[in-house]
Design a protein around this ligand. Structure first.
Ligand SMILES: Nc1ncnc2c1ncn2[C@@H]1O[C@H](COP(=O)(O)OP(=O)(O)OP(=O)(O)O)[C@@H](O)[C@H]1O
Ligand SMILES: [Mg+2]
Length: 375
């Protein structure tokens, strides 16, 4: 992965530099990405279709909006997105090709961009806008694929912290089915390494009006601005998304972001509709526990819990999408494996032959004795 201007990203903290303008389709970005039309817009950037001229392959470029560049946390968030996301290789995670800064110079502050694989399909938000709710089995399959992406991240000490329908992309497969690609490990952090000050998403939202969209999928500890976030945050966020997929409703509604966030922290869960009066509803209730320490702890544990619930409800759990580890990474044989049969020892063979020979000799002797006794 290339960092075509990491120093420029750090320089974003200087307010005196004039900020570069958003490039237009046809512009060359990062020396080799030829910009095409824009295909999506989020809180902090625009996503364009582009072509990598070195390889003549299509890519998606997410370029940070000039107006957010004075927000230090957002620039840092973008840099972190690129660096962390590039270490994730799960097939349900969008592949990051490179990152850099467009138009950076001594007197101009460049626009950070990230290059990723270009996906075709739609995000889950667009799907739910059209379909309102999904059959339980389909919802569980999409949740399972999202969780498999998250499980790889959690195993590497990375939490996503912004699982919402807009960040769950549904790639259309040739057979008409969908494959999830999780986008935007953008505000993820390495749990063990990150001690930096960073406002909670709720604080960011109210402060700038730009960061992270709505708080509808926010965990209570995020709304409270806790710094010691754990993978249980992603469990809560995903449970809110699954609730929405199955019921068609948001877990909590309100007229302001404050009202929604307040309910995530303080309000009891609303009564679940009949389609969740089952083992799946019980798993969701656990995943939506307010206290993170009492919640299903991470994506791998939630996969197991959802599979169990599916079996109890007579459904076949969705298949795993995680590839097996390469042969050189195969784990040693577990200690509980049955012992293999011991090899026969050579002395055992000779002893056996001697016994057989003795039996034959004794039989011949007995026949001879009997023969001479008759005479
Ligand atoms: N690699 C990609 N290939 C194709 N389309 C993409 C790709 N990445 C993003 N998009 C589209 O662009 C849209 C905007 O993405 P973006 O991440 O900028 O916004 P967001 O998730 O709504 O908000 P936020 O800024 O909080 O992440 C996505 O919802 C998706 O539809
Ligand atoms: Mg996004």
């Amino acid at each position: 992965m290339s960092d075509a201007g990491g120093s420029g990203l750090r320089a974003a903290h200087k307010p005196t530099r004039r900020v570069a303008r958003m490039p237009e389709p046809g512009a060359l970005v990062g020396d080799h990405y030829l910009l095409g039309p824009d295909i999506g817009r989020g809180g902090v950037g625009i996503v364009f279709e582009a072509r990598d001229q070195r390889t003549d392959t299509p890519v998606a470029l997410k370029i940070l909006l000039p107006e957010v560049l004075d927000k230090d946390t957002i620039v840092e968030r973008f840099r972190r997105e690129a660096r962390l996301a590039s270490t994730l290789v799960h097939p349900n995670t969008v592949r990051i090709e490179g990152y850099g800064v467009h138009g950076d110079s001594p007197d101009t502050l460049g626009l950070p961009f990230i290059a990723m694989e270009l996906l075709s399909g739609e995000d889950l938000e667009a799907r739910l806008d059209r379909k309102i709710k999904l059959p339980t089995e389909e919802a569980l399959t999409l949740a399972r694929q999202t969780l498999e992406s998250l499980a790889e991240a959690h195993a590497k000490g990375i939490i996503h912290r912004d699982i919402k329908p807009q960040n769950i992309f549904l790639v259309t497969q040739p057979d008409g089915t969908n494959r999830v690609k999780v986008l935007d490990f953008g505000i993820a952090k390495v749990v063990s390494l990150d001690g930096e000050e960073e406002p909670s998403r709720f604080e960011s939202l109210t402060e700038t009006g730009l960061v992270c969209g709505t708080p509808q999928f926010m965990a209570p500890e995020q709304a409270e601005g806790r710094r010691d976030l754990t993978p249980a945050v992603d469990v809560y966020n995903l449970a809110c998304v699954l609730f929405r997929m199955i019921t068609g409703d948001l877990l909590f509604q309100g007229t302001t972001p404050y009202e929604v966030a307040y309910q995530h922290v303080m309000a009891p869960l609303p009564p679940f509709p009949p389609e969740l009066d089952n083992p799946l509803g019980d798993v969701l209730k656990n995943a939506l526990t307010k206290i993170p320490e009492d919640r299903i702890p991470d994506a791998a544990a939630l996969i197991i819990a959802l599979d169990d619930a599916a079996r109890q409800m007579g459904m076949t759990p969705a298949p795993s999408t995680t590839p097996p580890p390469p042969p050189d990474l195969e784990l040693p044989r577990p200690l509980s494996a049955p012992p293999t049969a011991p090899k026969p020892q050579p002395w055992g063979l000779w002893l056996g032959l001697a016994v057989i020979a003795a039996v034959i000799a004794a039989s011949i002797l007995a026949v001879l004795v009997w023969f001479f006794a008759l005479r």
